[in-house]
Design a protein around this ligand. Structure first.
Ligand SMILES: Cc1cc2nc3c(=O)[nH]c(=O)nc-3n(C[C@H](O)[C@H](O)[C@H](O)COP(=O)(O)O)c2cc1C
Length: 142
């Protein structure tokens, strides 16, 4: 199994409504292709983790890189993995500007990681740890 993490910048007219529409199609495709992962939206930037069979992940990422709804796509990490982080999710999604559902302290933690971590300014192994934290803090179904 394989995983890719990248960041990108949303084009100015990519509205929240458009993002939800994109996400709904993406989840259905991911479900059909046994792809899991997590998409985060923060200050007009996306950070996404894709997990699945290597050929499928590479081919989806090729498609995503051609998508005109975002730009400045930068791969942060890609690696063979033995297990998924987002096993239960076709594509977990969190918009950090829409933070009412997240308790203040958790939000502060995530913000700190997102803003300050060197994982998000240059390619780094730390970006995988970041998503493990995100999974624990935001998405764990207990
Ligand atoms: C930030 C971002 C994340 C995306 N994530 C996915 C995804 O996880 N799965 C997916 O099928 N499409 C995703 N897409 C959409 C793809 O870029 C593309 O539109 C989709 O693969 C359909 O391609 P097609 O129109 O060539 O068939 C994403 C697009 C953006 C901008």
């Amino acid at each position: 199994m394989y995983s890719i993490i990248y960041r990108s910048v949303a084009v100015p007219n990519f509205s929240k409504f458009d993002i939800y529409q994109m996400l709904s199609k993406a989840r259905s495709f991911n479900n059909d292709n046994d792809i899991t992962g997590c998409l985060l939206y923060h200050n007009n930037e996306f950070v996404q983790l894709l997990e699945g069979e290597k050929e499928k992940i590479n081919s989806l990422f090729d498609n995503i890189k051609k998508d005109k709804r975002h730009e400045k796509i930068q791969t942060l990490d890609e690696m063979e993995i033995s297990e998924r982080i987002f096993i239960d999710w076709d594509m977990a999604y969190h918009d950090f500007s829409d933070n009412t559902s997240v308790p203040h302290e958790k939000m502060r933690q995530i913000d700190a990681i997102f803003d300050k971590s060197s994982a998000f300014t240059k390619p780094s192994r730390l970006s995988m740890d970041f998503f493990k934290n995100v999974n624990q803090i935001l998405f764990k179904k207990s």
